[in-house]
Design a protein around this ligand. Structure first.
Ligand SMILES: [Cu+2]
Length: 365
């Protein structure tokens, strides 16, 4: 009895802080402005208002539509276009998954639905009271019972085999050619290519008539992409290469989703998640944060541009980075629009540290 008493006391003590925390959490919610204020002050840059607060427009070179990093999107590719079903898939996994969905699951679902509908119609019409006044008193039929047990089992096996095969392909990626670290923030994404010395932030491009757009912020044009999906700095990756994405977050849970690559991976603070893509088709692809992450969750799109290897090298150079094995860029002054001051700094660091970084990068490749 004494033991039980202690157990209850301990449990109560354990529960109390949780209950207190809950009531604390509930309290600020009643006064919305108080709750919003700390969030606004902790978010740097200020919640969704600045694209590159440290860099005035005047310092950015003019954007040439169609150049690397500014490829003009193709309608209906890598963006929603009102079609039913999944987007055009551009990775091997995406193609396998879309084919599994379109050519196997959908026909199977349709066949089962039609079968059930026909059986229901037969039961309703043929066995209605008017047509069948004295109902059968049979309570079971062994043949039918065997059929209605075996057929669903076979249907499940027919779904499970390709489904498990797809999962196996998805979770056994080929060796990576390139690693990209993706970090979700409230409310923007940042990207880092550690082996190339490139890192930058990527913000939504606001509409020209958006009252929250600051005077020095570039407005979206159709060359950038659809509204709510276009970003100021796109991630550029090489065509036909295996890209490993290491995904995390620095505040709350986000989700890195790129429908045309068949990627959707949670970005959790304090955890590294991994996914991959091998994109064979050059182009611009758009995705969105897919985990409700706060007030501007709907305003942190993802844009990935897939380009041939030579253009990728050009983009790396423009952003103050260097191809593994080659000499790093001379000075941050050569960094283009995409390079943030944070990205430019390591390149401008003392030359003594550079060869070591370079060797490490080469060794990893
Ligand atoms: Cu998010």
């Amino acid at each position: 009895m004494r033991l039980i008493g202690w157990a209850i006391a301990l449990a109560a003590a354990g529960l109390t802080p949780a209950a207190a925390a809950q009531s604390n959490a509930a309290a600020p919610a009643q006064s919305a402005p108080t709750a919003a204020a700390p969030a606004a002050t902790t978010a740097t840059p200020p919640a969704g208002t600045a694209q590159e607060p440290n860099k005035p427009d005047a310092a950015q070179p003019a954007i040439v539509p169609g150049s690397v990093g500014h490829m003009i999107p193709t309608a209906g590719v890598g963006e929603p276009d009102g079609r039913k079903g999944v987007q055009l898939q551009v990775t091997p996994i995406g193609k396998e998954a879309a084919s599994f969905h379109n050519d196997w699951l959908l026909p199977l679902c349709a066949a089962i639905s039609i079968l059930v509908l026909v059986l229901m119609l037969i039961a309703i019409i043929r066995f209605r009271r008017g047509a069948n006044p004295t109902p059968s008193r049979n309570s079971h039929n062994t043949t039918i019972e065997v059929i209605w047990t075996l057929v669903p089992v076979l249907v499940l096996v027919a779904i499970a085999i390709p489904s498990i095969r797809l999962l196996r392909h998805q979770y056994s990626p080929p060796p990576a050619d390139l690693t990209v670290k993706v970090t979700g923030h409230q409310w923007y994404w940042s990207y880092e290519l550690p082996d190339y010395g490139v890192s930058f932030d990527s913000y939504i491009l606001k509409e020209a008539n958006d009252p929250t757009r600051q005077a020095n912020q570039r407005a979206r044009t159709d060359n950038d992409g659809p509204p709510l999906l276009a970003v100021d700095n796109r991630l550029v990756i090489p065509q036909g290469k295996v890209v490993k994405f290491i995904i995390t977050a620095d505040d709350v849970i986000h989700s890195f989703a790129m429908p045309a690559f068949w990627i959707k991976q949670d970005a959790n603070p304090g955890q590294l998640h991994e996914t991959w893509a091998k994109v064979d088709r050059a182009g611009v692809y758009f995705g969105q944060c897919s985990e409700l992450c706060g007030a501007r969750h709907g305003f942190m799109p993802i844009a990935i541009e897939v380009v041939p290897q030579a253009q990728f090298a050009q983009w790396v150079g423009q952003n103050g980075g260097h191809m593994p094995g080659s000499k790093p860029a001379a000075a941050p002054a050569t960094a283009s629009a995409n390079a943030t001051p944070a990205a430019a700094q390591p390149t401008g660091a003392t030359p003594a540290t550079q060869p070591a970084t370079n060797q490490a990068a080469t060794a990893q490749n």
